[in-house]
Design a protein around this ligand. Sequence first.
Ligand code: XUL
Ligand code: CO
Length: 439
Amino acid sequence: MSRTFFDHIPEIKFEGPDSTSALAFKYYDKDKKVLGKTMAEHLRIAVCYWHSFCWDGADVFGAGGFDRPWIKPVTDQKAADEKLDAAFEFFQKLGNPYFCFHDVDVMASAETPKEHVENFANIVDKIEAKIAQTGVKLLWGTANMFSHPRYMAGAASNPNPDVTAFAALQVQECLAATHRLGGANYVLWGGREGYDTILNTRVGQEMEQLGRFFNMVVEYKHKIGFKGDILIEPKPHEPTKHQYDRDVGTVYGFLKAHGLENEVKVNIEPNHATLAGNSFEHEIEMANAFGIFGSIDFNRGDPQNGWDTDQFPNDLRETTTALYYILKGGGFKNGGSNFDAKVRRQSIDLDDLFHGHVGGMDLLGRALENAAALIESEKLSGFVEARYSGWKSGMGAKMMDGSASLTDMAAHALKENNSPTPVSGRQEMLENIVTDFTK
Ligand code: XUL
Ligand code: CO
């Protein structure tokens, strides 16, 4: 028998923009067609286990004050079972089609490798039953190789190969479980794959270990026939001072160096992008340009804080811009929109979990419609198309197809003998267009 936790919350329904209810969708209408697909099919929204069902509100300065009855364990296994009940009850009330988890989020805690395998297998059977009962699907699974003290010096990049072996076990079990549960992707976030001080670190050796580890994961994926994407999640630092997967450009270089550019894609998180000094849309367009766009961990940072605050997204302009570039790149395939976001420490009630997610889903629905309208108008794309049209013919085309050399280009400049006149980039006009479509 499942225990229930959210009896006082009704199923969240679409009521339209005029609704006065705080717990109803005003814009996220899952069946509404946008550019030929439903909102649900475009966005593939997921709720994450860790922030919503594992965190009790504790921070580095104080204990947790959240009302989360399932976090009071009688035994660890009972707590894991009740957490599973709470999570799937929440998903059904909210109506998110997907969820995501770390192995340690879902299972009873374990110390030894054998205990890990047993406790994880126990809960995976129960997750499989919940998926079958409810139809809520797995967007991605991942192994947590950063919380336990054994991983303080990294997992794949640890100086001790026995630590890496434990990490290999976790990834093997979690990737196999993700495959069995019908997961669409498998994520690798390198939480402590970096260093705190270069004085004790062999950077070259650690990056070689990491590259080999990623290759082992890909080899295992093919061995078991997992058809989803392997996704690396870039982040520049926190918890380490320097993380090797710092941003999309760095990850692409790393993948190229290890022959993985056609095997691995990226899971982009806005708050990680800003920590790296990049904008969210920059990271999306870099991934599109390299052909490695995978999925998004939607959240937002705080412009005044220099850390990963993981707040629910609420900036319509930023999200409209992001979805514009996601759609322009072809939209989500295996990936989706996972809320890697948590309520604030003073948002202590169960209801607050719903307010955070309902707001995030509504924002995505609204931004999706804005982005689709922007695409259909061709106002940005038309300008950009015209701006680069010179490269379609003449010497521009010859340079790009490799038939013109540096000397040929130089000879062309001498022959024409003119100093090209600059043309306006029209930044303000283009920004005004985005403002017009942010509705
Ligand atoms: C940490 C983070 C992780 C990954 C999964 O900043 O984003 O939760 O998404 O390990
Ligand atoms: Co994340």
